[in-house]
Design a protein around this ligand. Sequence first.
Ligand code: BG6
Ligand code: MG
Length: 229
Amino acid sequence: MEKIGNVKAVIFDLDGVITDTSSLHTHAWRRMADEENIPFDDETADKLRGVSRRKSLETILKDAKDKYNFDKNYTQEEFNELMERKNSYYVQSLSAVTPENTLPGAKELMEFIKSRGYKIAVGSSSKNAETVVKNLKIENELDAMVNGTEITHSKPNPEVFQKTADKLGLAYEQCVVVEDAASGVKSANAGGMVSVGIGPEERFKDNHGRPNLRFDDMQSFNAKKEEIF
Ligand code: BG6
Ligand code: MG
């Protein structure tokens, strides 16, 4: 816990950390996959956390081929249409996202961290992150935000969090990153930041994806806030 001592900001991932939009991403992918008869299981769904739209579809098709011998080749236009279709389902589902949809503990933790003088920010791979933040009505709480339209390299590349730190005007090692994705923890570690993983231990078993701290969920993280910040 002492690792958090010298930091000046906490950068939160959005989908799956502040709100449960990762289940909405999964539903949207599943709907598209079912329409196309593409096999799509829970293990593949979990791999998509933090991963860009394009990389997600590549992963779905690769797993379908490797695990279920699904061998359809899509043209570039068809591939793009599948991504767009998934996105339209996801965007439709965002209209139901309201301030009630922050994950238990998330809002309280953010407010506490702010009250202790740390800056708070969002670093998300999603091109829809602004809509989510607006629907949650947390945009005015944030000192900075970077979304998927501002980056060229998806997590596990550190770009998204380094850009967020740059916007905050802080050195990378002065930032803590809170992430539910193995790819996001890797991104934070590669960027020289302190990482907090949110989710089960098995998700972060890969060496490069080991977080400095880990909690099962945001509520458990929130419960320890006074010991950490
Ligand atoms: C991440 C999600 O935040 O954003 C991923 O965890 C998602 O599941 C990625 O694929 C990109 O989102 P979007 O909205 O740009 O398709
Ligand atoms: Mg996430």
